[in-house]
Design a protein around this ligand. Structure first.
Ligand code: CP3
Length: 364
């Protein structure tokens, strides 16, 4: 419950309440840039071995929190667990990214697709949520930081399900959009129901905020984004439990490459919108006019620069948002695997110390 979270800065910023400093977490904060992650992954044998075992998933979720004073934990899992549970046969070849053994290519493939039973196929995820909540909580019942649950958007999941893996141009799924739009709408409708059920199961297991990753929304044309991505993300949000154990459950929507649609994304019922690094936060704040909190948006590549540059870029983002409630600091996309871990410490420290100094200067 909220009262027992010792650091609830992240949840307060999502509600656009004043905070003593700007909270920060990182997309993909548990991952290959951390040597301790690589060790656990080696013990687990593979990425899926890690993600499907709640003990390992709990261990790696906590690793970045041991190193850095981050303001939120994010469930360690993947967006592709849903299509895996639908029977598409997920695997990760070393250095190759995700692969599906049974991608959706024919009308028959699509007619067979169904919403999976979350409690039997994805209990390893909800078990991980329960265990992580417990591991974040001390003997006095006080939880260190809130736990974020997540899913892919219906469109982003469909990209992988039709392509059968990653893609440079999404030609298969976009050809389906133009040639057989009804097929794609059927996939998206099933995905929306599955994503809503999956996120609701995470909320019931203890996720205190949920984030929807629409990583490939920006690959769509004007007009198509609204009909094939945004409408289905909105359908997910409409089906979500917005309250659990008396606490509000905020929703964050992140569309990579979606800056031009910010006003529309801000209007589908989420509490916060995640932004990639192409967007200026000062203008973004004007455009959403206080309707949502904003999360972002340091270019992940900045973390390869020397500490003084990292600190200057962090200050520039905090200055552009301004000393106002409703900002959660993050990267504009996931942290890159070769990022030096000590550079992340510099970033987190500058977010906390500089945002604190801005609050104090405004009070003086
Ligand atoms: O943020 C976190 O720390 C939570 C964990 C998390 C992972 N994947 C773990 C992971 C989250 C939130 C995701 C989301 C995800 N997965 C997205 C959306 C966000 C984004 O980054 O755009 C997407 C598109 C995927 C699909 C996916 N999973 C791909 C394309 C890959 C391979 C490429 C890569 O980065 O390795 C994965 C594998 C994956 N998911 C890894 C991790 C830590 C790396 C696997 C490994 O250990 O080798």
């Amino acid at each position: 419950m909220l009262q027992s979270v010792s650091n609830d800065t992240f949840l307060r910023a999502l509600k656009r309440e004043p905070t003593d400093y700007t909270p920060v977490w990182l997309m993909r904060q548990a991952g290959r840039y951390l040597p301790e992650y690589n060790q656990t992954r080696a013990r687990a044998g593979s990425f899926l071995g890690l993600a499907k075992n709640p003990d390992y998933a709990t261990e790696v979720t906590l690793q970045p929190l041991e190193r850095y004073p981050l303001d939120a934990a994010i469930l360690f899992s993947d967006i592709l667990t849903i299509p895996d549970a639908m029977g598409l046969g997920l695997s990760f070849e070393a250095g190759e990214g995700p692969r599906f053994a049974h991608p959706l290519r024919t009308e028959a493939d699509i007619m067979r697709l169904a919403v999976p039973a979350i409690d039997s196929t994805l209990s390893y995820v909800t078990d991980a949520v329960t265990q992580i909540r417990r591991a974040l909580t001390n003997a006095n019942g006080v939880q260190r930081v809130p736990l974020i649950g997540f899913s892919g958007s219906p469109w982003t999941l469909a990209c992988y399900m039709v392509e059968g893996g990653g893609s440079d141009n999404f030609s298969r799924v976009k050809t389906m959009l133009y040639q057989h739009p009804a097929w794609l709408h059927r996939i998206l409708e099933i995905n929306a129901q599955a994503v809503a059920a999956y996120l609701n199961a995470q909320i019931e297991a203890g996720a205190q905020a949920v984030m929807i990753f629409d990583t490939w929304g920006g690959a769509l044309a004007e007009g198509k984004f609204q009909r094939f991505s945004l409408a289905y993300t909105q359908a997910v949000i409409q089906q979500l439990k917005r309250e659990h154990n008396g606490e509000q459950i905020p929703v964050i929507v992140f569309t990579k490459g979606g800056g031009q649609w910010l006003e529309e994304i801000a209007a589908i019922g989420a509490q916060a919108v995640g932004l990639d690094w192409t967007v200026d936060l000062a203008r973004a704040r004007e455009r959403v006019a206080g309707r949502v909190a904003l999360q972002g948006n340091l270019d992940p590549t900045v973390l390869f620069a020397p500490p003084a540059t990292i600190r200057a870029e962090v200050r520039s983002i905090l200055d552009s948002y301004g000393n106002q409630p409703g900002h959660i600091f993050n990267l504009g996309h996931g942290i890159l695997p070769l990022t030096p871990p000590e550079h992340v410490a510099e970033m987190v420290d500058e977010v906390h110390s500089y945002s604190r100094s801005l609050r104090l200067a405004a009070k003086a």
